[in-house]
Design a binder for this molecule. Structure first.
Ligand code: GTP
Ligand code: MG
Length: 361
């Protein structure tokens, strides 16, 4: 494993030194692809890393708390949920995954406190691999940092190395291997591609013959993420904790593009309600009210569904067996000024819609 690690370091160094421009674009793509392949190999050659933490998912969604040691992850869990995770003023107070439940907007949200991770967590340092595998299965990653958000880039980098891509969407790429013909790229006219970059990245993944279909512009990273087997795309938010202590102004925080952050203090309670709201919106959950046969709407207990869900998902959630007898649904809600419309199974619902399911009698 030593040789792989040395090669990984060398490539990381070279990447840092190489200026990005049109002429180096495909070379950088090749380096990144090589790096990603070596990391995957290193991962595969390591043993399982124990049994990991086993926490059953529960509630409507799961959030994983990830950050360096001693930043206040356990304190935040305790402030947000009913859990009592041990807090201590030293690194590695938390040694295993501790779940808690946060109730918000009628949703039961599971929050999992995890041991702090350190540099090279993705490569197995500390209990990094177990922590990362818990994060992989979450619906939202909440990165916790100290008041200067130091180390944020490192945490994001560790997760990335383990195939967890935060706050970016999966791109429209599909690749079909062929036996000959080289790399053929198929794309709409308005999609721009760098054939050399694509060819050299694919070559690193040992693909020399393939039809590549692109539905949109892609970068080398998009392609590498597609080629790695273990990539997951997750939303993430940043909680900048200990804001009760003196801290630098926000302009000096190094928050990457696309990341929402909030200054909070677990010990003094600053920003706790806002943080709950940010978790809820980060999870992209919506509330759906059901109208019973009697005409009553259960306002106390809405269904908590993922954004973008359709009527079919709601019927399934209530009772799968209702699907064959479904006739239509009546939907009304604030996004339509409460006008009622009659819809089918594929109709996409909005937050706070009220749904009446009409079945064949
Ligand atoms: N001033 C201040 N101290 C805090 C705050 N939140 C946590 N702390 C303190 O920071 C220390 C670490 O808190 P923990 O919650 O144990 O941190 P952790 O991130 O869970 O640490 P590990 O489990 O070791 O990774 C403790 O001494 C807490 O009392 C905060 O908002 N403000
Ligand atoms: Mg802890």
């Amino acid at each position: 494993m030593g040789t792989n690690d040395t090669k990984i370091r060398e490539i990381e160094e070279e990447l840092k030194k190489t200026q990005y421009n049109k002429a180096t674009e495909h070379h950088i793509g090749m380096l990144k692809a090589k790096l990603s392949r070596l990391q995957m190999e290193a991962e595969a050659s390591r043993k399982g890393g124990g049994t990991g933490f086993s926490i059953a998912k529960s509630g409507d969604a799961t959030v994983a708390l990830v950050g360096f040691p001693n930043v206040g992850k356990s304190s935040l869990l305790n402030a947000l949920t009913d859990a009592e995770s041990e807090v201590g003023n030293f690194a590695f107070t938390t040694l295993k995954a501790i779940p808690g439940t946060m109730e918000y907007n009628g949703a039961q949200i599971q929050i999992i406190d995890l041991p702090g991770i350190i540099e090279n967590a993705a490569a197995g340092a500390g209990r990094g691999r177990e922590v990362i595998s818990m994060a992989r299965n979450a619906d939202l990653v909440m990165i916790v940092t100290d008041q200067n958000a130091s180390g944020l880039e490192k945490i994001i980098g560790e997760l990335y190395r383990a195939g967890i891509v935060l706050n970016r969407q999966k791109k429209g790429i599909s690749i079909k291997r062929t036996v000959s013909g080289g790399i053929r790229i198929h794309r709409p006219k308005d999609v721009h591609v760098d054939q050399r970059m694509i060819t050299s990245v694919l070559k690193e993944f040992k693909i020399v013959n393939a039809d590549v279909y692109l539905r949109e512009n892609i970068t080398d990273s998009d392609l590498i993420e597609h080629l790695r087997q273990n990539t997951v795309y997750l939303p993430a938010i940043v909680a900048v904790n200990k804001s009760d202590l003196p801290h630098a102004p926000d302009e000096q925080l190094n928050i990457p593009v696309g990341f929402q952050y909030l200054r909070v203090s677990a010990s003094s309670g600053i920003g706790m309600e806002e943080l709950k709201a940010m978790i809820f919106s980060g999870l992209r959950l919506i509330k759906i009210y059901l109208r019973e046969k009697s005409g009553e709407v259960d306002v106390e207990r809405p269904l908590i569904m993922p954004m973008g869900c359709v009527v079919r998902d709601v019927v399934r959630r209530i009772n799968r067996a209702f699907l064959p007898t479904f006739r239509y649904a009546i939907v009304s809600g604030p996004s339509r000024r409460f006008h009622e419309i009659r819809v089918g199974l594929d109709y996409e619902l909005n937050d706070s819609d009220t749904v009446t399911i009409i079945s064949k009698s």
